[in-house]
Design a protein around this ligand. Sequence first.
Ligand code: NAD
Length: 352
Amino acid sequence: MRILVTGGAGFIGSAVVRRAVADGHEVINLDALTYAACLDNVAPVADAPGYAFERADIRDREALDRIFATHRPEAVLHLAAESHVDRSIDGPGAFIDTNVTGTYTLLQAARAFWEAQGKPEGFRFHHVSTDEVFGTLPGGAGSPERFTEDTPYAPNSPYSASKAASDHLVRAWHETYGLPVVLTNCSNNYGPYHFPEKLIPVVILNALAGKPIPIYGKGENVRDWLYVEDHAVALLTVLTTGQVGRSYNIGGDAERSNLDLVRTICAVLDRLAPGEAPYAELITFVTDRPGHDLRYAIDPTRIRDELGWRPSVTLEQGLERTVQWYLDNRDWWQALQAREGVGQRLGLKTVG
Ligand code: NAD
């Protein structure tokens, strides 16, 4: 398949690009290269035949039309977004611009191209979204209530509200114009190339630097974690075999409270990079984020039963790989930490 991937220089997008190229797909990577992007993330495939990069903004209709006409994609895998919840609290405008207006502009460009082609049945517009659109769940890790594809939307942060809005646009473009869409809502990702402002990299990098490891509130918030390379496989599975007009929840079946998660990472670090004292001694509780959802948990029955996808690693295996990757790739994260506007947020604004 010839796939136009948006946001392919970001964390998840780059995992998708690397995987899609390895699977033999042609990939056009469209990315505006915002603060969150890093082209080193796709360096392993940069010279592969069938890979192309286009620097463009999804709000730029002219650029999108040129890219569709030049590359003639058979599918769009849309990941480009503003993605950091804390940044959305400080400055929601960029989230509305990119996640809502940008998705609208991309939908219109994709629709115009698809219609000009005679509406090929095999065309797909796949929107990559988050479980945060469903709001919050009661209880602790493992409580019975989980998000299904039928859970009503109830977003609580500017980020999740902007993603919910874009999900609705995608659905409407299918219902109104017949655009062949699929939609996925995924839990929190972690793994190699995760931007240093997000929780798991902050824990690893602050621990290695001997700095306090910040945890919001009492660390009781529960998230379901998925290894990013498993998410990439799930996305390509839905893109190629998912039912048009349907949405699929993707999760790791790995719910943990933030405190449990951080303690597990500290234990992995104690083994792989022992310090003078156990890293867990660096854990520090900080003032909670406003509107902080208590618990997210995904019921992945549909994607498992319909499409046969399931995660390939446990959280413990994935964390071990992730910690080892950060130990082996210091140049990558040190360069990002040195970027303007990134370093000073480290350890202050953390849970993404
Ligand atoms: P990220 O911030 O690492 O990457 C986003 C990429 O989009 C960056 O490369 C950035 O340059 C690009 N981008 C931003 N604005 C753009 C614009 N206007 N035009 C073109 N490119 C633009 O994000 P991520 O964590 O990789 O998330 C990717 C997608 O997956 C997002 O849509 C996010 O909502 C969704 N998602 C993320 C998670 C998670 O845990 N990270 C979980 C579920 C869903």
